[in-house]
Design a protein around this ligand. Structure first.
Ligand SMILES: CC(C)(COP(=O)(O)OP(=O)(O)OC[C@H]1O[C@@H](n2cnc3c(N)ncnc32)[C@H](O)[C@@H]1OP(=O)(O)O)[C@@H](O)C(=O)NCCC(=O)NCCS
Length: 171
């Protein structure tokens, strides 16, 4: 266990004060589009997204009260990733569009901290189950497991995973 982890092996958010998440804004959408297009093999929707499609997505997104897209940043300055959560008609949170877009920040634990912050946001907004769908071919499922998610359903194309807070301890 290194000094960045808790006893359970989970990343300790308090050891990464430089990592924050904030609501995505219009100025972010081109970067978000680039990240999504560069990682489209990791997602259900695999078509390249055009600038026009991205703008249309953002306009529609702004109308949705229960949909929250965040940008992950270092020191409130350097944008390195994005992650979203939407509260669905099933009365649970669906985490989506999780991407570390910057090679320089990959594998440093920063996205795990951003994910924990997103989970805290969900719990603080509406306490409900937090789930996600990850393609069965996507190694990110192991990353989610490390971050406290357990597989609850397996389909041909994807795994449904659910956050289980007792698997982690926070400091
Ligand atoms: C999934 C994804 C967001 C993870 O981003 P990341 O930057 O690699 O994530 P982290 O840095 O938090 O974790 C990566 C690894 O670093 C380790 N790590 C690095 N520094 C650490 C530290 N200080 N303390 C503890 N662990 C640390 C983590 O344990 C983890 O280990 P692993 O490689 O064995 O899984 C990224 O791989 C990605 O963007 N993938 C493509 C898009 C995608 O598949 N999204 C999910 C769609 S459902």
């Amino acid at each position: 266990m290194n000094s960045s982890t808790t006893k359970s092996g989970a990343i300790s958010v308090s050891n990464f004060p430089q990592v924050g998440i904030r609501a995505a804004a219009k100025d972010d959408i081109e970067l978000l589009r680039e990240w999504k297009n560069a990682n489209r093999d990791s997602f259900f929707y695999r078509q390249k997204i055009s600038k026009i499609q991205q703008e249309a997505w953002f306009i529609a997104y702004l109308q949705k009260k229960n949909d929250f897209m965040f940008v992950a940043e270092l020191n409130e300055k350097i944008r390195f990733g994005c992650l979203g959560a939407r509260y669905t008609n099933d009365k649970e949170w669906d985490i989506y569009n999780v991407i570390n877009g910057s090679e320089a920040t990959q594998g440093k634990g920063y996205m795990s901290v951003a994910l924990q912050k997103l989970i805290s946001f969900c719990h603080a907004t509406t306490h409900a189950k937090i789930s996600l769908k990850v393609l069965t071919t996507n190694p990110a499922q192991h990353w989610y497991k490390k971050n406290g998610f357990v597989a609850t359903r397996s389909e041909d194309l994807y795994l449904r995973m659910e956050y289980c807070s007792t698997r982690l301890e926070f400091t």
